[in-house]
Design a protein around this ligand. Structure first.
Ligand SMILES: [Zn+2]
Length: 452
């Protein structure tokens, strides 16, 4: 019931990575402002109080366009004059000019140990963070892309490219609702950020929202008529619109993907709406965009999983047809939909799965293996439980429930709402958690583990 959602996320991320890769490739042309043929005056080097023959040789290499060679010389000089930040800064500029933003960022780290960064160094760090961030986000590490986007926004509040990176990372992480909110706001303020539109189209497709997809395709066509992919988007939209429309309310859309017994969509709608209202009262806020529930259809989840959430809820026909299981399952999967939307995509895996189980009605009273399993204290940073063996994965899910249950028993739902609000306001997750619950995960975990 739970593991599947993360498998599905991975699959979908892979499936759309191809489409989004264009975005990052398009983007990466910009940060690398220095082509190999660029003259050295474009690459402004800092003035250097400890200059000497090494510095001069490095500058000569810069003039020749050998930025990598220059970077290595600047690094050598820097190791001999450890108190002069000009060396690592010049090194960083050269790595950036060579198209190696990773190396530039580590040189800037060394720079920062000596002195605060100059305005130029800050600008270089921004460019490199964006470059690395887009690459990370499109190669399976969207959370790293997100961290880098947030780091840029700390230096440059309101930076539109950093916001684009955040939205892109959210989309690649499977949080299409959060991505749409972020990017929708971005294009409202900066309609010229063209790379945002294809992502918005993809996210709308992903949520199964034909209306939204059509809107963003039209926006994209109006602003960037030559954009690749418009005709493919239109074809996909057409296919989507010719599908059976299902049953819709303000909050939900239920669609049978294969043949369903007559009236099943309405029955599922009733259960889903009950689950929705329950969650809205417990969590204190709800997604602003409607959530799709797809009955039957292709199996995105392994056989044993009851259902999954990957931006849309996938509900197997057997589960949908069983009134006694249906609502429990929907409470679980819709919790994921709620947390993805109202937690700005930042709710960690353990709390996500813990709350989904808690709201489905599961409770945990004892876990015989927890006390000796100190690896549970590091569950906080896990992005997946799939790399654990089956026994450990089972324990990870149960333990996530135990910790979430403890939180919900010690606090009110107002505290949870406060935590989610902190996340929406851009606080980083540990800080949002600490401010709302007055505790941190490792401490909480150690305490619970000792007791179970
Ligand atoms: Zn789950």
């Amino acid at each position: 019931m739970h593991r599947s959602s993360w498998i599905a996320l991975g699959l979908v991320a892979l499936a759309i990575a191809g489409g989004f890769w264009l975005v990052s490739r398009h983007y990466r042309k910009q940060p690398v402002a220095f082509e190999a043929s660029t003259r050295s005056e474009v690459l402004a080097l800092p003035s250097n109080p400890t200059a000497g023959p090494i510095w001069d040789s490095a500058v000569t290499l810069v003039h020749l366009g050998d930025f990598q060679g220059a970077a290595k010389l600047f690094a050598k000089g820097g190791s001999q004059s450890a108190a002069d930040a000009a060396w690592p800064q010049a090194e960083a500029e050269c790595w950036a000019a060579s198209g190696l933003p990773d190396s530039a960022l580590s040189a800037l780290e060394r720079c920062l140990l000596i002195a605060p960064l100059s305005a130029q160094a800050l600008a270089t760090r921004r460019t490199c963070r964006l470059g690395v961030g887009f690459t990370m986000a499109s190669t399976g590490q969207p959370w790293k892309g997100r961290q880098l986007g947030q780091a840029v926004l700390q230096d440059f509040p309101g930076d539109s490219e950093a916001t684009l990176l955040l939205g892109y990372s959210q989309a690649m992480d499977g949080n299409s609702g959060s991505a749409e909110t972020l990017l929708g706001r971005l294009v409202q303020e900066h309609p010229g950020v063209l790379q945002a539109y294809p992502i918005l189209v993809q996210c709308a497709f992903w949520r199964g929202d034909a209306e939204a997809a059509k809107h963003w395709i039209n926006e994209l066509t109006a602003r960037d008529p030559s954009s690749m992919g418009i005709s493919a988007f239109r074809q996909k939209l057409q296919a989507m619109q010719s599908n059976h429309a299902g049953v819709a309310s303000h909050d939900l859309r239920i669609v049978c993907q294969l043949t369903c017994p007559f009236g099943l969509e309405s029955e599922v709608m009733e259960s889903a709406q009950t689950a929705w209202n329950f969650l809205a009262s417990q969590i204190g806020s709800q997604p602003t965009l409607p959530v799709n529930i797809l009955i039957g259809g292709h199996a995105v989840a392994p056989e044993w999983a009851a259902a999954s959430f990957d931006g849309q809820v996938h509900l197997p026909l057997e589960a949908a047809s069983d009134p006694s299981r249906r609502e429990t399952i929907l409470r679980h999967e819709l919790t994921h939909a709620f947390l993805a939307a109202v937690g700005a995509g930042h709710v960690p895996l353990w709390l996500n799965e813990g709350l989904a189980q808690y709201y489905q009605g599961a409770r945990c009273t004892k876990l015989p293996n927890a006390a000796s399993a100190d690896w549970l204290d590091s569950l906080e940073t896990r992005k997946t439980f799939l790399d654990l063996d089956e026994e450990r994965a089972e324990l990870a899910y149960n333990y996530s429930l135990a910790v979430s249950q403890e939180l919900m028993e010690l606090h009110t739902s107002t505290t949870l709402a406060k935590y989610l609000e902190n996340l929406q306001n851009g606080l980083n997750e540990p800080e949002a958690f600490q401010k709302a619950f007055g505790d941190d995960y490792p401490h909480l975990s150690a305490r619970i583990r000792a007791r179970l």
